[in-house]
Design a protein around this ligand. Structure first.
Ligand SMILES: Cc1ncc(COP(=O)(O)O)c(C=O)c1O
Length: 250
């Protein structure tokens, strides 16, 4: 037993040392992390994780809110292994396509609301929002309205960590790093009644926060507005659920 523990401790020490020397972690004070040492997760099953010391942990964050079906699904393991053997990669440029991408696009379109029928694949949420920004601007160019360039977002929104993603986001700490937001992205108040409701009822505050969008469109000029981007519920900003009057206001 003692031997096994010693071996686990040695493994942890060696991994933590290599981590400290070579691995840059996102949104992290590297010096502080190096002093504390990382928690090294080694395996997972269902909703549980195990670290290299053998501690069992409940994964309340589902990875980074993305392991929605839990860990260790054999059907997913089998499908991924089969595809890796058959065709691990191919591009979709130059008139090419491939069955998994076609079938997934079709499946997503069948699940999405009726007016959403076309899918563009990316590698991350940040990349998706970079793509959104370019696609929306290109859309208005092709519609003959090239002045429609400004994207309206919200304070304390999180839309990713790339240049466009962090600009669309409304986190001041991220804006301070890298001279963000980029031109053409503006922000309005977030619908955070608990923190910013100032004596109004949730319903009144929801309407007031929604009104800020119209005010910003009038300020920027309708002919200059390309899109409004918003998380239905702000996730990284604090899991903020807007008052019932906010998203339904039109
Ligand atoms: C609403 C939202 N948009 C974009 C992102 C960025 O996604 P990614 O971390 O995959 O780049 C996140 C990540 O948490 C998110 O919550």
């Amino acid at each position: 037993m003692q031997d096994a523990l010693t071996q686990q401790q040695q493994k942890l020490d060696s991994l933590q040392t290599a981590d400290k020397q070579h691995f840059i972690h996102p949104f992290t004070d590297s010096k502080g992390l190096a002093e504390k040492g990382t928690r090294v997760i080694e395996r997972a099953e269902g909703v549980y994780l195990w670290d290299v010391m053998g501690h069992k942990l409940l994964d309340g964050m589902a990875g980074l809110w993305c392991v929605n079906v839990g860990y260790g699904r054999q059907s997913i393991v089998d499908a991924v292994a089969k595809q890796m053997q058959q065709l691990p990669f191919y591009n979709s440029f130059f008139q090419c396509s491939h069955p998994p991408a076609i079938e997934l696009a079709q499946k997503i379109a069948s699940l999405a609301p009726n007016h959403m029928n076309n899918v563009f694949f990316t590698g991350s949420g940040s990349e998706s929002n970079d793509t959104n920004l370019r696609m929306v601007r290109r859309y208005w160019d092709l519609k003959g309205k090239p002045s429609k360039k400004t994207i309206i977002s919200r304070d304390n929104a999180y839309h990713g960590s790339t240049v466009a993603g962090a600009s669309l986001g409304g986190m001041s700490g991220m804006h301070e790093q890298g001279d963000l937001p980029i031109p053409g992205v503006v922000h309005i108040v977030q619908p955070y009644w608990y923190g910013e409701g100032k004596g109004l009822s949730p319903e009144e505050f929801g309407l007031q926060a929604a009104q800020a969008l119209e005010a910003k469109i009038l300020e920027v000029g309708e002919d200059n507005v390309a899109a409004f981007i918003a998380e239905p519920f702000q996730g990284a900003g604090g899991v903020i659920i807007p008052p019932s009057t906010y998203l339904t206001r039109n």
